[in-house]
Design a protein around this ligand. Structure first.
Ligand SMILES: Nc1ncnc2c1ncn2[C@@H]1O[C@H](COP(=O)(O)OP(=O)(O)OP(=O)(O)O)[C@@H](O)[C@H]1O
Length: 670
């Protein structure tokens, strides 16, 4: 029996199990949080209210995609986040709700001491990789974990740190001056910027060439794919037998990666037309096909494990993962677990984007050590700075830090996208800096590629917004009506998208979809008399491995000329089309509007972002800087926002940080 003692007093207005029920009614915790806590604490013969509370808070953290519960984040005065009762509730005799933790000393330290006594909790030592007794909870310092998440973090950190080292090419470059000279020349040929500023793409290429792990991060259009294509060219010239695989977290992102690599290869082909045959051969050998991470790992039906694991590793020498910010902690752990011992890994992504839909913020944690206030600073060890300086022919900043991970990172900050997107880039930057004054200034500049639909008390802005959406969706619906090729219709549909901050409510995906359907129907562009109608865009909500359809895949319902029936059409990662009988579709939604989260990994010519109107409403809590940044950077040519400046500016100031211990495992000074 656990007899837990503590110096903490838990003061609740009702007995805790009853209070948790009321908290569930207030939606500050979920039914799952309550049941999880009751069930786990039920393993003990003596139920302890403080433990029950901490288990509820841990579950609440996990439901919000945090990996753990940092004990020093607990608000002692209202740990559950209970809402005050309304005047009406109080008048009808409802008892006020309260829950409070009181203690003389440091609350987090006292909570740690309390938890350490429980038979449910394991406290690992420095080199432990798992609990021999398989206790369900882990207390690491002042972070409380569910054991599974602790193990994922532990696996990701130890694998990344072991990969953050020089590869065999780095060793060869040190031993063979002729090879070093050859590589320096090819780098100079591939990156021939005339600017005196540091060419970070060249630095990123030299980093990827010499490290087992390299991470190239940067916003849209900063040249991540261009750089990695050049890296592949160099690596394949040095090792023609190198087995390379390209992956991304979603089918859409994999298709985009494939397209980008093809585009980069075509540009390089033109630039290198008169270069040596060996270089031409290496260029031709660069793979273009990209798969999803799930497909690479091999899904086992009804099993959360994959076919490829450490005991059945992937057959590859180099793995390139695009859109790494979308990879959650469990998936990253499984991917790293399946990497063969000798393999090299290159991660590409944008560290400022929203974190993964599921738990963790792996890319942000990997880049964390370079954050200085609101910006980033590259710092290399003396050895790496000297090597990169020699390979790239330019002086690089040498830091005082000695973290091996720092030598594997490179950030690209200059966007090379089309000239027409200047306003989008400036707005994205101002948002990213959290600089409300700069954001206001950008809107005042009236860039032609930016527009506001400012929500007013009357409905004029809503009308203008809906007309704007009809105008953007008209071309694809007219193509659909004229029996154009499904691929052409899908491409036309993908030129515009409405993005919402949340799913439910009038200003969420559900409400906006209803409003747009009504408007398109009035404009006689669709006839939504039945569930499936010509032109209905669909987003898949779950994975169906038999059909080859995955969560987030987007298709359109169109007539099939062969059968005369309505079918849902989707584009596969290799660019071919597939049709599915609507009745066989896995769970799905209409997607004239979709959430910003779901839009990650996609880009559209024009984007309209819809924000909730009330700056004091509970939905505003869901808004944050990363969400705005991700929404804005989905647009290539035009970005418009429907909302109120006060709400937009509030979101600019709100930075979400996922609670995790990964950054502190990876970086010595975090
Ligand atoms: N150094 C450069 N000089 C001029 N143009 C460049 C340079 N690097 C990249 N570009 C151009 O910028 C565009 C975007 O490059 P690329 O696709 O490599 O960026 P990215 O970071 O992968 O973008 P995204 O995140 O949107 O996929 C391409 O048209 C490319 O040709």
């Amino acid at each position: 029996m656990d007899t837990l003692t503590s110096n903490i007093e838990l003061q609740c207005s009702q007995p805790l199990p009853q209070l948790l029920k009321l908290a569930e009614q207030q939606s500050v915790i979920t039914a799952l949080d309550r049941h999880f806590a009751l069930q786990l604490s039920g393993l003990l013969t003596e139920a302890e209210p403080l433990l029950l509370l901490l288990l509820t808070l841990l579950s609440k953290q996990l439901s919000s995609q945090h990996s753990c519960l940092p004990l020093d984040h607990i608000d002692a005065s209202n740990p559950l986040g209970l809402r005050p009762l309304t005047a009406v509730q109080l008048q009808t005799g409802a008892a006020p709700l309260s829950c409070e933790l009181r203690c003389q000393g440091d609350l987090a330290a006292e909570l740690s001491q309390f938890l350490a006594q429980s038979s449910l909790v394991w406290q690992p030592q420095a080199n432990d990789v798992d609990d021999p007794q398989s206790r369900p909870l882990v207390l690491q310092g002042q972070r409380l974990y569910l054991r599974r998440y602790w193990r994922y973090e532990q696996q990701v950190a130890s694998k990344l740190l072991s990969l953050a080292s020089d590869n065999h090419i780095a060793e060869r470059l040190e031993r063979e001056p002729a090879l070093a000279a050859q590589v320096t020349n090819v780098l100079a040929q591939l990156f021939n910027s005339q600017s005196p500023a540091i060419d970070w793409q060249k630095v990123a290429a030299a980093t990827s060439l010499t490290r087992r792990l390299s991470v190239i991060t940067g916003g849209p259009g900063t040249g991540k794919t261009t750089t990695v294509t050049k890296v592949l060219l160099l690596l394949l010239q040095l090792q023609p037998e190198l087995h390379v695989r390209l992956v991304a977290p979603t089918g859409k992102a994999a298709a985009r990666l494939s397209e980008s690599i093809k585009g980069s290869k075509a540009r390089l082909q033109a630039e290198l037309a008169s270069s040596a045959p060996a270089l031409q051969a290496a260029l031709a050998a660069i793979p273009e096909e990209a798969a999803t991470i799930h497909r690479l790992l091999g899904v086992i039906p009804d099993d959360s494990r994959f076919r490829h694991r450490h005991d059945n590793p992937l057959l590859l020498d180099l793995l390139i993962v695009d859109e790494a910010s979308m990879v959650d902690l469990p998936l990253m752990a499984k991917l790293l677990d399946a990497l063969p011992e000798h393999a090299q890994l290159i991660l590409l992504g944008d560290q400022d984007q929203l974190a993964s839909v599921e738990a963790g913020a792996v890319l942000a944690d990997i880049c964390h050590g370079l954050r200085v206030d609101d910006s980033w600073q590259m710092q290399y060890s003396a050895k790496q700075a000297a090597r990169l300086t020699a390979l790239c022919g330019m002086e690089l900043p040498q830091g005082t830090r000695q973290d091996a991970l720092g030598d594997s990172l490179c950030m690209l900050r200059h966007s090379h996208r089309f000239k027409g997107d200047a306003g989008i880039g400036v707005l994205a930057n101002a948002v990213n800096q959290g600089d409300v004054a700069a954001v206001r200034q950008v809107w005042r500049q009236q860039y032609p590629e930016l527009a506001w639909f400012e929500q007013q008390t009357d409905s004029s802005a809503e009308r203008a917004l809906l007309q704007h959406c009809v105008a953007h969706y008209r071309p694809y619906l007219e193509l659909a009506a004229s029996h154009a090729e499904p691929q052409q219709v899908l491409q036309a549909f993908n030129q515009f998208r409405i993005l919402c901050a949340m799913r439910s409510g009038e200003y969420g995906v559900d409400g906006i979809n209803i409003a747009v359907i009504r408007q398109l129907s009035q404009a006689q562009l669709i006839e939504p008399r039945q569930e499936f109608y010509r032109g209905r865009p669909i987003i898949i909500r779950s994975n169906d491995y038999n059909l080859g359809l995955f969560n987030g895949d987007i298709g359109i319902v169109l007539h099939d000329e062969q059968t005369g029936r309505l079918m849902a059409w989707f584009e596969r990662a290799d660019g071919s089309m597939m049709k599915v009988l609507p009745a066989r579709l896995p769970s799905h939604d209409t997607c004239f509007a979709m959430t910003v989260h779901k839009s990650q990994g996609s880009e559209f010519d024009a984007v309209t972002l819809v924000l909730p109107p009330n700056p004091r409403g509970p939905q505003v809590q869901l808004l944050c800087r990363e969400l705005l940044y991700t929404g804005i950077t989905r647009a290539k040519q035009h970005f418009s926002c429907s909302g109120r400046p006060a709400v937009f500016n509030l979101a600019v100031k709100q930075l979400t940080r996922r609670a995790s211990g990964l950054a502190s495992r990876l970086w010595s000074q975090v």
